[in-house]
Design a protein around this ligand. Structure first.
Ligand SMILES: Cc1cc2nc3c(=O)[nH]c(=O)nc-3n(C[C@H](O)[C@H](O)[C@H](O)COP(=O)(O)OP(=O)(O)OC[C@H]3O[C@@H](n4cnc5c(N)ncnc54)[C@H](O)[C@@H]3O)c2cc1C
Length: 537
Protein backbone atom coordinates (compact mmCIF):
# COMPACT_ATOMS: atom_id res chain seq x y z
CA UNK A 1 0.00 0.00 0.00
CA UNK A 2 1.20 3.50 -0.79
CA UNK A 3 2.53 5.52 2.17
CA UNK A 4 0.40 8.58 2.97
CA UNK A 5 0.70 11.31 5.60
CA UNK A 6 -1.19 14.45 6.50
CA UNK A 7 2.04 16.42 6.18
CA UNK A 8 5.43 15.50 4.71
CA UNK A 9 8.28 17.77 5.85
CA UNK A 10 11.54 17.63 3.93
CA UNK A 11 14.52 18.46 6.16
CA UNK A 12 15.31 17.97 9.85
CA UNK A 13 17.05 21.29 10.52
CA UNK A 14 15.57 23.83 12.91
CA UNK A 15 12.81 24.83 10.47
CA UNK A 16 11.72 21.21 9.89
CA UNK A 17 11.84 20.19 13.55
CA UNK A 18 9.88 23.26 14.65
CA UNK A 19 7.19 22.67 12.03
CA UNK A 20 6.93 18.98 12.93
CA UNK A 21 6.64 19.54 16.68
CA UNK A 22 3.98 22.22 16.26
CA UNK A 23 1.92 19.97 13.99
CA UNK A 24 2.32 16.58 15.54
CA UNK A 25 -0.31 16.69 18.27
CA UNK A 26 -2.97 17.09 15.58
CA UNK A 27 -1.49 15.70 12.34
CA UNK A 28 0.40 12.59 11.20
CA UNK A 29 3.77 13.87 10.08
CA UNK A 30 6.55 12.31 8.02
CA UNK A 31 9.93 13.97 8.46
CA UNK A 32 12.37 13.04 5.67
CA UNK A 33 16.10 13.77 5.59
CA UNK A 34 18.78 12.63 3.16
CA UNK A 35 21.31 12.64 6.01
CA UNK A 36 20.90 11.86 9.70
CA UNK A 37 18.96 14.25 11.91
CA UNK A 38 21.47 16.81 13.16
CA UNK A 39 23.71 16.89 10.11
CA UNK A 40 22.32 20.08 8.53
CA UNK A 41 23.45 23.70 8.86
CA UNK A 42 21.35 24.22 12.00
CA UNK A 43 23.64 21.91 13.90
CA UNK A 44 26.65 24.05 12.97
CA UNK A 45 25.29 27.39 14.16
CA UNK A 46 27.73 28.69 16.70
CA UNK A 47 26.66 32.26 17.51
CA UNK A 48 23.01 31.97 18.47
CA UNK A 49 19.52 33.27 17.90
CA UNK A 50 18.60 36.95 17.95
CA UNK A 51 15.51 38.24 19.77
CA UNK A 52 14.73 41.61 21.38
CA UNK A 53 14.13 40.54 24.99
CA UNK A 54 16.63 42.57 26.98
CA UNK A 55 15.38 45.61 28.92
CA UNK A 56 17.43 48.04 26.83
CA UNK A 57 16.25 46.48 23.58
CA UNK A 58 13.05 46.76 21.55
CA UNK A 59 11.30 45.18 18.58
CA UNK A 60 11.74 48.48 16.72
CA UNK A 61 15.53 48.49 17.31
CA UNK A 62 15.86 44.90 16.06
CA UNK A 63 13.77 45.76 13.00
CA UNK A 64 15.94 48.83 12.32
CA UNK A 65 19.15 46.76 12.49
CA UNK A 66 17.70 44.09 10.19
CA UNK A 67 16.53 46.66 7.62
CA UNK A 68 19.94 48.40 7.70
CA UNK A 69 21.82 45.13 7.09
CA UNK A 70 19.40 44.21 4.29
CA UNK A 71 20.52 47.29 2.30
CA UNK A 72 17.05 48.53 1.41
CA UNK A 73 15.75 45.20 0.15
CA UNK A 74 14.08 43.69 3.22
CA UNK A 75 10.35 43.30 3.02
CA UNK A 76 9.30 45.43 5.97
CA UNK A 77 6.09 43.56 6.74
CA UNK A 78 7.91 40.17 6.78
CA UNK A 79 10.62 41.71 8.97
CA UNK A 80 8.02 43.06 11.40
CA UNK A 81 6.30 39.69 11.45
CA UNK A 82 9.47 37.72 12.23
CA UNK A 83 11.05 40.11 14.72
CA UNK A 84 7.64 40.68 16.30
CA UNK A 85 7.47 36.93 17.04
CA UNK A 86 11.08 36.77 18.29
CA UNK A 87 10.27 36.84 21.99
CA UNK A 88 7.68 34.11 21.60
CA UNK A 89 10.13 32.00 19.54
CA UNK A 90 12.76 32.09 22.28
CA UNK A 91 10.17 31.28 24.95
CA UNK A 92 8.97 28.34 22.90
CA UNK A 93 12.50 26.97 22.63
CA UNK A 94 12.92 27.34 26.39
CA UNK A 95 9.62 25.49 26.92
CA UNK A 96 10.95 22.65 24.75
CA UNK A 97 13.89 22.36 27.15
CA UNK A 98 16.58 24.38 25.37
CA UNK A 99 18.98 25.56 28.09
CA UNK A 100 20.39 28.89 26.89
CA UNK A 101 23.55 30.04 28.66
CA UNK A 102 22.49 31.78 31.85
CA UNK A 103 23.78 34.93 33.53
CA UNK A 104 22.70 35.71 37.07
CA UNK A 105 23.75 39.35 36.69
CA UNK A 106 21.19 39.94 33.93
CA UNK A 107 17.60 40.38 35.22
CA UNK A 108 16.49 38.22 32.28
CA UNK A 109 18.59 35.40 33.66
CA UNK A 110 20.34 34.76 30.34
CA UNK A 111 23.68 35.75 28.92
CA UNK A 112 23.27 37.72 25.70
CA UNK A 113 26.02 38.42 23.19
CA UNK A 114 26.28 41.16 20.60
CA UNK A 115 27.26 40.49 16.99
CA UNK A 116 28.17 42.71 14.04
CA UNK A 117 25.25 44.88 12.88
CA UNK A 118 23.23 44.53 16.12
CA UNK A 119 22.89 47.78 18.07
CA UNK A 120 22.78 45.95 21.42
CA UNK A 121 23.21 42.57 23.07
CA UNK A 122 20.36 40.33 21.91
CA UNK A 123 21.85 36.97 20.93
CA UNK A 124 20.68 33.99 23.01
CA UNK A 125 23.25 31.24 22.84
CA UNK A 126 24.43 27.99 24.35
CA UNK A 127 28.18 28.56 24.74
CA UNK A 128 29.60 28.41 21.18
CA UNK A 129 27.46 25.50 19.96
CA UNK A 130 23.92 26.89 20.02
CA UNK A 131 22.66 25.03 16.95
CA UNK A 132 23.90 21.65 18.12
CA UNK A 133 22.30 22.03 21.55
CA UNK A 134 18.95 23.10 20.06
CA UNK A 135 18.98 20.26 17.54
CA UNK A 136 19.72 17.74 20.30
CA UNK A 137 16.80 18.95 22.41
CA UNK A 138 14.23 19.18 19.61
CA UNK A 139 15.62 16.04 17.93
CA UNK A 140 14.89 13.99 21.05
CA UNK A 141 11.30 15.26 21.15
CA UNK A 142 10.78 14.48 17.48
CA UNK A 143 12.16 10.95 17.84
CA UNK A 144 9.85 10.19 20.75
CA UNK A 145 6.65 11.75 19.40
CA UNK A 146 4.13 9.03 18.43
CA UNK A 147 2.70 11.06 15.52
CA UNK A 148 6.06 11.74 13.83
CA UNK A 149 7.70 9.20 11.54
CA UNK A 150 11.36 9.99 10.94
CA UNK A 151 12.84 8.76 7.68
CA UNK A 152 16.59 9.42 7.68
CA UNK A 153 18.96 8.81 4.77
CA UNK A 154 16.11 9.25 2.30
CA UNK A 155 16.37 11.95 -0.34
CA UNK A 156 13.39 13.84 -1.72
CA UNK A 157 13.77 13.85 -5.51
CA UNK A 158 10.84 15.85 -6.82
CA UNK A 159 7.42 17.05 -5.83
CA UNK A 160 4.36 15.28 -7.22
CA UNK A 161 1.75 17.59 -8.71
CA UNK A 162 -1.82 16.81 -9.69
CA UNK A 163 -4.07 19.48 -11.18
CA UNK A 164 -1.57 22.11 -10.12
CA UNK A 165 -1.55 21.02 -6.46
CA UNK A 166 1.32 19.38 -4.60
CA UNK A 167 0.05 15.97 -3.51
CA UNK A 168 3.24 14.17 -2.54
CA UNK A 169 6.90 13.60 -3.11
CA UNK A 170 9.26 11.01 -4.60
CA UNK A 171 11.84 9.81 -2.12
CA UNK A 172 14.89 7.61 -2.68
CA UNK A 173 16.78 5.59 -0.07
CA UNK A 174 20.31 7.03 -0.16
CA UNK A 175 22.61 6.43 -2.14
CA UNK A 176 20.83 4.57 -4.92
CA UNK A 177 18.08 2.53 -3.25
CA UNK A 178 14.42 2.05 -4.11
CA UNK A 179 12.25 5.07 -4.86
CA UNK A 180 8.87 5.52 -3.17
CA UNK A 181 6.01 7.80 -4.07
CA UNK A 182 4.63 9.24 -0.84
CA UNK A 183 1.21 10.88 -0.82
CA UNK A 184 0.59 13.90 1.38
CA UNK A 185 -2.12 16.39 2.26
CA UNK A 186 0.55 19.10 2.45
CA UNK A 187 4.31 19.19 1.80
CA UNK A 188 6.72 21.50 3.62
CA UNK A 189 10.13 22.32 2.20
CA UNK A 190 12.58 22.84 5.06
CA UNK A 191 15.67 21.62 3.29
CA UNK A 192 18.17 24.42 3.80
CA UNK A 193 20.56 26.41 1.62
CA UNK A 194 22.77 25.98 -1.43
CA UNK A 195 26.36 26.69 -0.29
CA UNK A 196 27.66 23.58 -2.06
CA UNK A 197 27.24 25.32 -5.41
CA UNK A 198 30.57 27.03 -4.60
CA UNK A 199 33.98 25.40 -4.34
CA UNK A 200 34.45 26.69 -0.81
CA UNK A 201 31.61 26.72 1.68
CA UNK A 202 30.96 26.57 5.40
CA UNK A 203 27.80 24.59 4.68
CA UNK A 204 27.30 20.86 5.23
CA UNK A 205 27.30 18.43 2.29
CA UNK A 206 23.51 18.48 2.31
CA UNK A 207 23.33 22.14 1.20
CA UNK A 208 22.82 21.44 -2.50
CA UNK A 209 19.86 23.74 -3.08
CA UNK A 210 17.35 20.87 -3.47
CA UNK A 211 14.74 23.01 -1.76
CA UNK A 212 15.14 25.72 -4.40
CA UNK A 213 15.47 23.52 -7.49
CA UNK A 214 12.51 21.25 -6.67
CA UNK A 215 9.88 24.00 -6.27
CA UNK A 216 11.31 25.90 -9.22
CA UNK A 217 10.84 22.85 -11.44
CA UNK A 218 7.33 22.53 -9.97
CA UNK A 219 6.38 26.07 -11.01
CA UNK A 220 7.28 28.33 -8.05
CA UNK A 221 8.94 31.74 -8.31
CA UNK A 222 12.46 32.04 -6.94
CA UNK A 223 13.78 35.37 -5.64
CA UNK A 224 17.04 37.18 -4.76
CA UNK A 225 19.40 34.30 -5.54
CA UNK A 226 22.27 36.70 -6.32
CA UNK A 227 22.61 37.47 -2.62
CA UNK A 228 25.00 34.82 -1.32
CA UNK A 229 26.69 35.64 1.95
CA UNK A 230 30.37 34.70 2.05
CA UNK A 231 32.16 34.14 5.33
CA UNK A 232 35.68 35.65 5.11
CA UNK A 233 37.65 32.88 6.76
CA UNK A 234 37.20 29.17 6.19
CA UNK A 235 40.17 26.84 6.80
CA UNK A 236 41.96 26.00 3.54
CA UNK A 237 43.15 22.38 3.65
CA UNK A 238 42.48 19.50 1.27
CA UNK A 239 40.97 17.34 4.02
CA UNK A 240 39.28 20.03 6.10
CA UNK A 241 35.84 20.29 4.60
CA UNK A 242 34.20 23.59 5.43
CA UNK A 243 35.71 24.39 8.86
CA UNK A 244 34.87 27.94 9.86
CA UNK A 245 37.50 30.11 11.57
CA UNK A 246 35.29 32.36 13.69
CA UNK A 247 35.28 36.11 13.16
CA UNK A 248 36.16 36.39 16.84
CA UNK A 249 39.73 35.41 15.83
CA UNK A 250 40.09 38.69 13.93
CA UNK A 251 38.23 40.46 16.71
CA UNK A 252 40.92 39.32 19.14
CA UNK A 253 43.76 40.56 16.95
CA UNK A 254 44.26 38.00 14.16
CA UNK A 255 45.99 39.57 11.13
CA UNK A 256 45.41 38.78 7.47
CA UNK A 257 48.68 38.44 5.52
CA UNK A 258 49.88 37.35 2.12
CA UNK A 259 51.25 33.78 1.92
CA UNK A 260 54.71 32.77 0.54
CA UNK A 261 53.24 32.31 -2.96
CA UNK A 262 52.85 36.13 -3.10
CA UNK A 263 56.62 36.30 -3.69
CA UNK A 264 58.23 39.58 -2.60
CA UNK A 265 55.02 40.61 -0.79
CA UNK A 266 54.87 37.45 1.35
CA UNK A 267 53.94 38.28 4.93
CA UNK A 268 52.44 41.67 3.99
CA UNK A 269 49.27 42.72 5.86
CA UNK A 270 46.85 43.73 3.12
CA UNK A 271 43.62 44.78 4.89
CA UNK A 272 44.75 48.33 5.81
CA UNK A 273 45.03 49.02 2.08
CA UNK A 274 41.36 48.10 1.60
CA UNK A 275 39.60 49.63 4.62
CA UNK A 276 40.60 51.89 7.51
CA UNK A 277 39.11 49.32 9.94
CA UNK A 278 41.50 46.73 8.46
CA UNK A 279 40.77 43.20 9.80
CA UNK A 280 37.80 44.56 11.79
CA UNK A 281 35.92 45.80 8.72
CA UNK A 282 32.46 44.20 8.17
CA UNK A 283 32.35 40.61 6.97
CA UNK A 284 31.49 41.37 3.33
CA UNK A 285 34.31 43.92 2.96
CA UNK A 286 36.89 41.52 4.42
CA UNK A 287 35.65 38.70 2.17
CA UNK A 288 35.80 40.97 -0.90
CA UNK A 289 39.32 42.15 -0.05
CA UNK A 290 40.62 38.60 0.37
CA UNK A 291 38.98 37.63 -2.91
CA UNK A 292 40.56 40.64 -4.62
CA UNK A 293 44.07 39.73 -3.40
CA UNK A 294 43.63 36.07 -4.33
CA UNK A 295 42.45 36.88 -7.86
CA UNK A 296 44.96 39.69 -8.42
CA UNK A 297 47.93 37.57 -7.35
CA UNK A 298 46.71 34.11 -8.38
CA UNK A 299 46.75 32.81 -4.79
CA UNK A 300 44.95 29.71 -3.54
CA UNK A 301 44.54 31.17 -0.03
CA UNK A 302 45.74 33.90 2.31
CA UNK A 303 47.11 33.64 5.85
CA UNK A 304 45.39 34.48 9.13
CA UNK A 305 48.18 35.01 11.62
CA UNK A 306 47.55 34.71 15.36
CA UNK A 307 51.00 33.61 16.48
CA UNK A 308 51.63 36.97 18.19
CA UNK A 309 48.70 36.39 20.57
CA UNK A 310 50.57 33.70 22.49
CA UNK A 311 49.86 30.02 23.09
CA UNK A 312 48.11 30.47 26.46
CA UNK A 313 45.67 33.04 25.07
CA UNK A 314 44.93 30.96 21.98
CA UNK A 315 44.32 27.75 23.91
CA UNK A 316 42.09 29.52 26.38
CA UNK A 317 40.00 31.52 23.87
CA UNK A 318 40.00 29.27 20.83
CA UNK A 319 40.30 25.69 22.09
CA UNK A 320 38.19 24.20 19.28
CA UNK A 321 39.96 26.07 16.50
CA UNK A 322 43.43 25.28 17.93
CA UNK A 323 42.58 21.58 18.27
CA UNK A 324 40.93 21.27 14.86
CA UNK A 325 43.83 23.00 13.08
CA UNK A 326 46.30 20.77 14.89
CA UNK A 327 44.42 17.72 13.56
CA UNK A 328 45.42 18.99 10.11
CA UNK A 329 49.02 19.59 11.17
CA UNK A 330 48.66 23.36 11.69
CA UNK A 331 49.92 24.59 15.07
CA UNK A 332 48.28 28.02 15.20
CA UNK A 333 50.56 29.13 18.05
CA UNK A 334 53.55 28.84 15.69
CA UNK A 335 52.31 29.23 12.13
CA UNK A 336 49.62 31.19 10.27
CA UNK A 337 46.30 29.57 9.31
CA UNK A 338 45.61 29.24 5.55
CA UNK A 339 42.11 30.62 4.92
CA UNK A 340 39.72 31.35 2.04
CA UNK A 341 36.34 33.08 1.99
CA UNK A 342 33.50 30.60 1.68
CA UNK A 343 29.82 30.60 0.73
CA UNK A 344 27.91 30.74 4.01
CA UNK A 345 24.25 31.66 3.60
CA UNK A 346 21.70 31.77 0.75
CA UNK A 347 19.58 34.90 1.23
CA UNK A 348 17.29 34.13 -1.69
CA UNK A 349 15.04 31.12 -2.22
CA UNK A 350 11.51 30.04 -2.98
CA UNK A 351 9.09 32.95 -2.67
CA UNK A 352 6.70 32.68 0.28
CA UNK A 353 4.23 34.89 2.08
CA UNK A 354 4.24 35.20 5.87
CA UNK A 355 2.25 31.98 6.25
CA UNK A 356 4.90 30.08 4.27
CA UNK A 357 2.69 29.51 1.18
CA UNK A 358 4.63 29.04 -2.05
CA UNK A 359 3.07 29.55 -5.49
CA UNK A 360 1.95 25.90 -5.62
CA UNK A 361 -1.11 25.04 -3.50
CA UNK A 362 -0.31 22.43 -0.86
CA UNK A 363 3.39 23.35 -0.83
CA UNK A 364 4.94 25.43 1.97
CA UNK A 365 8.51 26.50 2.74
CA UNK A 366 10.33 27.53 5.92
CA UNK A 367 13.94 28.29 6.89
CA UNK A 368 16.93 29.00 4.66
CA UNK A 369 15.18 27.51 1.64
CA UNK A 370 12.57 30.29 1.64
CA UNK A 371 12.79 33.87 0.47
CA UNK A 372 10.45 35.61 2.87
CA UNK A 373 12.00 39.04 2.30
CA UNK A 374 13.46 39.07 5.82
CA UNK A 375 17.14 39.11 4.84
CA UNK A 376 16.94 41.49 1.91
CA UNK A 377 20.34 41.92 0.25
CA UNK A 378 22.35 40.86 3.33
CA UNK A 379 21.51 38.75 6.36
CA UNK A 380 21.98 40.14 9.85
CA UNK A 381 23.91 37.67 12.04
CA UNK A 382 21.78 35.26 14.13
CA UNK A 383 18.57 36.20 12.32
CA UNK A 384 18.36 32.92 10.41
CA UNK A 385 17.72 30.64 13.37
CA UNK A 386 15.02 33.10 14.40
CA UNK A 387 13.43 32.87 10.97
CA UNK A 388 13.48 29.05 11.15
CA UNK A 389 11.50 29.01 14.40
CA UNK A 390 9.06 31.78 13.51
CA UNK A 391 8.33 30.40 10.04
CA UNK A 392 8.22 26.78 11.21
CA UNK A 393 5.50 27.86 13.63
CA UNK A 394 3.71 30.01 11.06
CA UNK A 395 3.55 27.20 8.51
CA UNK A 396 2.27 24.78 11.15
CA UNK A 397 -0.39 27.26 12.31
CA UNK A 398 -1.56 27.79 8.74
CA UNK A 399 -1.81 24.05 8.07
CA UNK A 400 -3.66 23.47 11.35
CA UNK A 401 -6.16 26.18 10.57
CA UNK A 402 -7.52 24.20 7.63
CA UNK A 403 -8.68 20.60 7.56
CA UNK A 404 -6.28 18.22 5.82
CA UNK A 405 -7.03 18.14 2.09
CA UNK A 406 -8.05 14.72 0.72
CA UNK A 407 -4.95 12.57 0.23
CA UNK A 408 -4.98 11.20 -3.30
CA UNK A 409 -3.11 8.18 -4.68
CA UNK A 410 0.03 9.26 -6.55
CA UNK A 411 1.80 7.81 -9.59
CA UNK A 412 4.65 5.46 -8.74
CA UNK A 413 8.12 6.38 -9.94
CA UNK A 414 8.73 5.06 -13.43
CA UNK A 415 12.21 3.81 -14.13
CA UNK A 416 11.34 1.54 -17.01
CA UNK A 417 13.15 3.55 -19.69
CA UNK A 418 16.50 3.99 -18.02
CA UNK A 419 19.57 1.85 -17.40
CA UNK A 420 22.52 1.71 -15.02
CA UNK A 421 25.16 4.33 -15.63
CA UNK A 422 28.50 3.09 -16.90
CA UNK A 423 30.38 6.36 -16.44
CA UNK A 424 29.79 7.68 -12.93
CA UNK A 425 33.06 9.57 -13.16
CA UNK A 426 31.24 12.15 -15.31
CA UNK A 427 29.14 13.11 -12.29
CA UNK A 428 32.22 13.74 -10.15
CA UNK A 429 33.86 15.80 -12.91
CA UNK A 430 30.75 17.89 -13.47
CA UNK A 431 30.36 18.55 -9.73
CA UNK A 432 33.90 19.87 -9.64
CA UNK A 433 33.60 21.90 -12.84
CA UNK A 434 30.35 23.52 -11.74
CA UNK A 435 31.62 24.53 -8.29
CA UNK A 436 34.86 25.92 -9.71
CA UNK A 437 33.00 27.85 -12.39
CA UNK A 438 30.74 29.42 -9.75
CA UNK A 439 33.72 30.23 -7.55
CA UNK A 440 35.72 31.80 -10.36
CA UNK A 441 33.01 33.75 -12.18
CA UNK A 442 30.03 34.15 -9.84
CA UNK A 443 31.83 34.73 -6.55
CA UNK A 444 32.20 37.66 -4.23
CA UNK A 445 33.07 40.17 -6.97
CA UNK A 446 31.31 39.87 -10.33
CA UNK A 447 31.46 41.36 -13.81
CA UNK A 448 28.96 41.01 -16.63
CA UNK A 449 31.58 39.26 -18.76
CA UNK A 450 32.33 36.68 -16.07
CA UNK A 451 28.63 36.08 -15.45
CA UNK A 452 27.98 35.57 -19.16
CA UNK A 453 30.90 33.16 -19.36
CA UNK A 454 29.48 31.25 -16.40
CA UNK A 455 26.03 31.19 -18.00
CA UNK A 456 27.43 29.56 -21.17
CA UNK A 457 29.35 26.91 -19.23
CA UNK A 458 26.48 26.18 -16.88
CA UNK A 459 24.16 25.86 -19.89
CA UNK A 460 26.40 23.17 -21.39
CA UNK A 461 26.75 21.34 -18.09
CA UNK A 462 23.02 21.47 -17.56
CA UNK A 463 22.32 19.91 -20.92
CA UNK A 464 24.76 17.09 -20.19
CA UNK A 465 23.38 16.52 -16.69
CA UNK A 466 19.75 16.50 -17.83
CA UNK A 467 20.61 14.01 -20.55
CA UNK A 468 22.31 11.85 -17.94
CA UNK A 469 19.28 12.16 -15.66
CA UNK A 470 16.94 11.11 -18.46
CA UNK A 471 18.99 8.05 -19.38
CA UNK A 472 20.26 6.47 -16.15
CA UNK A 473 19.10 5.21 -12.78
CA UNK A 474 19.42 8.06 -10.30
CA UNK A 475 21.74 8.26 -7.31
CA UNK A 476 22.10 10.92 -4.61
CA UNK A 477 25.16 12.37 -6.38
CA UNK A 478 23.35 12.73 -9.68
CA UNK A 479 20.22 14.19 -8.08
CA UNK A 480 22.24 16.73 -6.13
CA UNK A 481 24.22 17.70 -9.21
CA UNK A 482 20.99 18.20 -11.14
CA UNK A 483 19.73 20.48 -8.37
CA UNK A 484 23.03 22.36 -8.13
CA UNK A 485 23.13 23.13 -11.82
CA UNK A 486 19.57 24.52 -11.67
CA UNK A 487 20.50 26.64 -8.66
CA UNK A 488 23.71 27.85 -10.32
CA UNK A 489 21.70 28.99 -13.34
CA UNK A 490 19.25 30.81 -11.06
CA UNK A 491 22.10 32.61 -9.27
CA UNK A 492 23.71 33.68 -12.56
CA UNK A 493 20.41 34.82 -14.10
CA UNK A 494 19.59 36.81 -10.95
CA UNK A 495 23.04 38.41 -10.85
CA UNK A 496 22.85 39.37 -14.53
CA UNK A 497 19.43 40.91 -13.99
CA UNK A 498 20.68 43.27 -11.27
CA UNK A 499 22.22 46.39 -12.78
CA UNK A 500 23.65 47.79 -9.55
CA UNK A 501 25.74 46.76 -6.54
CA UNK A 502 23.77 46.23 -3.36
CA UNK A 503 24.40 44.31 -0.16
CA UNK A 504 26.10 41.03 -1.01
CA UNK A 505 25.96 41.52 -4.78
CA UNK A 506 28.97 43.50 -6.00
CA UNK A 507 29.54 44.13 -9.72
CA UNK A 508 32.56 45.97 -11.12
CA UNK A 509 30.41 46.98 -14.11
CA UNK A 510 27.53 48.32 -11.98
CA UNK A 511 29.23 49.72 -8.86
CA UNK A 512 26.49 52.22 -7.97
CA UNK A 513 23.41 51.49 -5.84
CA UNK A 514 20.12 52.48 -7.43
CA UNK A 515 17.74 54.72 -5.50
CA UNK A 516 14.90 52.21 -5.67
CA UNK A 517 15.50 48.69 -4.32
CA UNK A 518 13.71 45.90 -6.17
CA UNK A 519 13.83 42.13 -5.57
CA UNK A 520 14.97 39.87 -8.42
CA UNK A 521 12.23 37.40 -9.17
CA UNK A 522 12.77 34.51 -11.57
CA UNK A 523 9.54 33.19 -12.99
CA UNK A 524 9.37 29.42 -13.58
CA UNK A 525 9.99 28.37 -17.13
CA UNK A 526 7.38 26.31 -18.90
CA UNK A 527 8.81 22.85 -18.78
CA UNK A 528 8.62 20.64 -21.83
CA UNK A 529 8.66 17.23 -20.20
CA UNK A 530 7.43 13.85 -21.44
CA UNK A 531 4.00 13.74 -19.80
CA UNK A 532 3.93 9.95 -19.50
CA UNK A 533 6.94 9.69 -17.23
CA UNK A 534 6.68 10.09 -13.47
CA UNK A 535 10.27 11.30 -13.55
CA UNK A 536 9.00 14.69 -14.56
CA UNK A 537 6.88 16.73 -12.15
C1 LIG B 1 28.88 27.17 10.10
C2 LIG B 1 27.57 27.90 10.22
C3 LIG B 1 27.31 28.70 11.32
C4 LIG B 1 26.10 29.41 11.42
N1 LIG B 1 25.84 30.15 12.55
C5 LIG B 1 24.61 30.74 12.69
C6 LIG B 1 24.25 31.41 13.90
O1 LIG B 1 25.02 31.45 14.86
N2 LIG B 1 23.00 31.97 13.98
C7 LIG B 1 22.10 31.93 12.95
O2 LIG B 1 20.99 32.47 13.08
N3 LIG B 1 22.44 31.30 11.80
C8 LIG B 1 23.63 30.68 11.66
N4 LIG B 1 23.93 30.01 10.51
C9 LIG B 1 22.87 29.85 9.50
C10 LIG B 1 21.84 28.83 10.02
O3 LIG B 1 22.50 27.80 10.69
C11 LIG B 1 21.02 28.23 8.89
O4 LIG B 1 20.54 29.22 8.05
C12 LIG B 1 19.80 27.48 9.45
O5 LIG B 1 20.23 26.58 10.43
C13 LIG B 1 19.09 26.74 8.35
O6 LIG B 1 18.15 25.87 8.94
P1 LIG B 1 17.17 25.04 8.03
O7 LIG B 1 16.29 24.25 8.96
O8 LIG B 1 16.52 25.92 7.06
O9 LIG B 1 18.15 24.08 7.20
P2 LIG B 1 19.23 23.01 7.69
O10 LIG B 1 19.51 23.10 9.13
O11 LIG B 1 20.38 23.09 6.77
O12 LIG B 1 18.48 21.65 7.46
C14 LIG B 1 18.13 21.22 6.16
C15 LIG B 1 18.02 19.70 6.18
O13 LIG B 1 17.41 19.30 4.97
C16 LIG B 1 18.03 18.11 4.52
N5 LIG B 1 17.83 18.00 3.07
C17 LIG B 1 18.31 18.83 2.10
N6 LIG B 1 17.86 18.43 0.89
C18 LIG B 1 17.11 17.33 1.10
C19 LIG B 1 16.41 16.43 0.24
N7 LIG B 1 16.37 16.62 -1.09
N8 LIG B 1 15.76 15.39 0.79
C20 LIG B 1 15.79 15.19 2.13
N9 LIG B 1 16.44 15.98 3.00
C21 LIG B 1 17.08 17.05 2.48
C22 LIG B 1 19.48 18.27 4.92
O14 LIG B 1 20.13 17.02 5.02
C23 LIG B 1 19.37 18.99 6.26
O15 LIG B 1 19.37 18.12 7.35
C24 LIG B 1 25.14 29.31 10.39
C25 LIG B 1 25.40 28.50 9.28
C26 LIG B 1 26.59 27.80 9.20
C27 LIG B 1 26.82 26.93 8.00
Amino acid sequence: MQAAYDVVIIGTGLAGLTTALRLADERRVLLVDKQLLGEGASDRAQGGIAAPLDSGDSVEAHIRDTLAAGAGLCDESATRFIVGHGVQAVHWLIEQGVAFTSDSTNPLGFHLTREGGHSCRRIFHIADSTGHAIQQTLGYKVRTHPNITLLERHMAIDLILQNGRCVGVYVQAVQSGPISAIAAGNVVLANGGAGKVYLYTTNPDSATGDGVAMPWRAGCRIANMEFIQFHPTCLYHPYAKSFLISEAVRGEGGLLKLPPSAGADAGLRFMPEHDSRAELAPRDIVARSIDFEMKRRGLDFVHLDVTHLGADFLHEHFPTISARCLEFGIDITREPIPVVPAAHYTCGGVVTDTAGHTDVPGLYAAGEVACTGFHGANRLASNSLLECVVFGQAVAAEILEHSTPPIVPVRPWDDSRVRDSDEDVVIAHNWDELRRCMWNYVGIVRTTKWLERARRRIGMLREEINEYYASFHVTRDLLELRNLVDVAALIVDSALARHESRGLHYSLDWPQTLAKAMPTIIEPRTTQRPASSSRWP
